[in-house]
Write a protein that binds this ligand. Structure first.
Ligand code: G6P
Length: 614
């Protein structure tokens, strides 16, 4: 949800900033802009509606010199995406330029106050209000820029990661954060700042994660200074990140999404590495082992998540209830945080988030924590806000997921949830030894079985051509395959803009069946494991109404194949692991339909990868 980048050092800033924006484009891509201070101390601001490439085109004949600058790629919250609302925003005096990721909730009151003082506004953004407010405080109280930022932020309600620069001051960037992520890269005589480490990693592995309500002063050639908004001095902690450049490139694939789908056999193996023993006889999760008593004493488990992570949570519920025999509630974090939920101190909360930055999930975690619940996080991005706010947890270790539609992060979340369910069940003795061992040895086989499914890529691409012009889709599944249906439908609508609904197959007759005509493609997950006979009846109901069935079946299946218009086979596995396999052809189907429709697969309209606003 908006990406911010900054640079100060000996290099020309503009190329560093633009490259950084490209890396962060997954966070928002409706407009982009750059502010640079040149050798003469002049502040040049260039911004435009559209993608980072449009900004590059726009800047072709402009003065982009300067060794200090800030830049932004936007996902609109306040005001439509246009040139004026694009960041950076400047004060009326044109002395200050600022970039911002987040939302200033009391911006309307501040804007009114500033208007009374004679400030005028060009844009509809909350960001312009904040930069003017900083300018107002700076000039009225005759403060330094860091002091003015500190004072202004102490009066601001909302979430932000900001960076401010000032005309005639080419030696300083002031940055701050609350609620939105901000990382500083520490190089040799140079500093970088960004919403995450991806723009930084090719220059330095050393980073400082800016803490909540901290203001960082980055002076050219000097050590960083960090103070809280309340003026408490902090010592910046430099950490080393492990992120390779190749993980941030497409590696020969036309889209990140396809690359990430194809990475799944490897990423899944990574999620299990060191956790599933080599002799395939037991599972170890240190986040569980170190907090065993919390899980064993849990009255219930509450899973909090949004989007695709919520679907993974639903699969987790089925496993935790089946094997660990603990009641599980799966909640949309956005609903949970505002509906006065009952939370007991002996509840265990499992927060699932690929980015670890989703504002609603973070707020829901904080609420549960303040009510005394134990919080276990399942996240992908190391050091993100959610893992930093949990009591314990487990990283999914799939590397950066850049395609906006989540694929490899989803299957990894399901894998980690499987491991968690097995750990608890084993300890509680609620699972038969035979079932426990069978799931572990099947888990170890999943990467190989996924490889087999990926070999059908061309076939699925051919199939996708039949459905390029479909207006609607229904996805059906039962038991463990019901969340798979939800996730399959979500993938399709996210990237191809085709309306798609996921439903529990048996619920079809209570409504969606009215939609079935010969025009309606229905994807049915009808694997042997997973109420096979019952799903066959559902397929018959669809066929009786001339619906077109695309089925996902177990290899060798004949019955469903005969009844289906199109059929995709997946290898056999135990019921609870079918989602890991059945999701893959659905990801590929959505991908190829979107490609056929010439949609922007990696950056679908209106979406963003990391939703740091509520
Ligand atoms: C956005 C993304 C989805 C993601 C959801 C939750 O909507 O586009 O792909 O599932 O946020 O994100 P999280 O990072 O918390 O898993």
């Amino acid at each position: 949800m908006c990406g911010i980048v900054g640079y100060i050092g000996n290099r020309q800033a503009c190329p560093v900033l633009v490259k950084g924006l490209h890396r962060l484009e997954y966070r928002g891509y409706d407009s982009a802009g750059v502010a640079l201070i040149n050798e003469k101390g002049e502040l040049n601001v260039y911004k435009t509606r559209g993608k980072v490439q449009d900004l590059e085109n726009y800047m072709e004949s402009k003065d982009v010199s300067g060794t200090i600058g800030i830049a932004h790629t936007r996902w609109a919250t306040h005001g439509e995406p246009n040139n004026v609302n694009a960041h950076p925003h400047c004060s009326n005096s044109e002395n200050l330029a600022m970039i911002h990721n987040g939302i200033i909730e009391n911006y309307a009151v501040l804007r009114e106050m500033l208007s009374r003082k004679g400030y005028t506004f060009k844009s509809s953004t909350d960001t312009e209000v904040l930069v003017q407010f900083i300018d107002y405080i700076r000039t009225t109280n005759k403060l330094s820029l860091p002091q003015a930022v500190q004072q202004a932020l102490s009066q601001v309600v909302g979430a932000y990661a900001i960076a401010v620069i000032e005309k005639n001051n080419p030696n300083q960037i002031v940055a701050a954060r609350k609620g939105s992520p901000l990382v500083i890269g520490v190089g040799e005589d140079e500093y970088f700042l960004a919403s995450d480490a991806t723009p930084i990693v090719e220059y330095t592995q050393k980073v400082v994660y800016v803490g909540e309500e901290e203001v960082v002063v980055i002076n050219r050639g000097e050590e960083l200074t960090v103070r809280t908004i309340a003026n408490v001095e902090k010592t910046p902690e430099v950490k080393t990140i492990e992120l390779s450049l190749s993980e941030l490139e497409k590696g020969g694939y036309p889209h990140f999404m396809l690359k990430e789908i194809f990475e799944q056999p490897r990423t899944l193996a990574n999620s299990m590495k060191g956790r599933v023993s080599l002799d395939k006889k037991h599972v170890v999760l240190s986040g569980f082992t170190n907090n065993k008593e919390k899980f064993l004493g849990a009255r219930r488990i509450i899973i909090l998540a949004c989007g695709t992570s919520w679907h993974a949570g639903l699969i987790g519920k089925y496993m935790l209830e089946e094997f660990a025999r603990i009641p599980v509630e799966v909640e949309y974090a956005s609903e949970f945080r505002y509906r006065k939920p009952v939370i007991y101190p002996d509840d265990v909360v499992v927060a699932i988030s690929q980015s670890g930055e989703t504002a609603d999930t973070l707020a829901a975690v904080e609420l549960a924590k303040s009510n005394g619940a134990f919080i276990f996080g399942i996240c992908n991005v190391v050091g993100a806000s959610i893992p930093r706010n949990t009591d314990s947890g487990c990283y999914t270790h799939v590397g950066p997921e850049i395609g906006v539609a989540s694929t490899k992060a989803f299957t990894a979340q399901v894998t980690v949830l499987t491991l968690l369910a097995l750990c608890i069940a084993k300890e509680k003795k609620t699972i038969e030894e035979e079932a426990y061992l069978e799931i572990i040895s099947e888990l170890a086989e999943i990467p190989r079985k996924m490889e087999m499914i990926l070999k059908n890529n061309d076939e699925i691409a051919t199939l996708s051509r039949v459905f390029t012009y479909a207006q609607n889709f229904i996805y059906l599944g039962r038991g463990y395959n019901y969340p798979v249906a939800l996730e399959g439908a979500l993938k399709l609508k996210e990237i191809s803009y085709i309306h798609a609904e996921g439903y529990p197959a048996a619920e079809m007759k209570h409504g969606p069946i009215a939609l079935i005509t010969s025009e309606m493609p229905v994807v049915v997950i009808a694997t042997h494991a997973g109420m096979y006979e019952k799903v066959i009846s559902n397929i018959q109901e669809i066929k009786a109404r001339k619906g077109r069935v695309i089925s996902i079946v177990t290899k060798g299946d004949k019955t469903v194949k005969k009844m289906s218009d199109f059929c995709i086979e997946i290898p056999e596995t135990v019921e609870c692991l079918v989602p890991l396999l059945a999701s893959v052809p659905l990801q590929l189907l959505a991908y190829h339909i979107a490609v056929q429709k010439c949609c922007d697969v990696d950056q679908p309209r209106n979406l963003a990868k990391s939703v740091t606003v509520e």
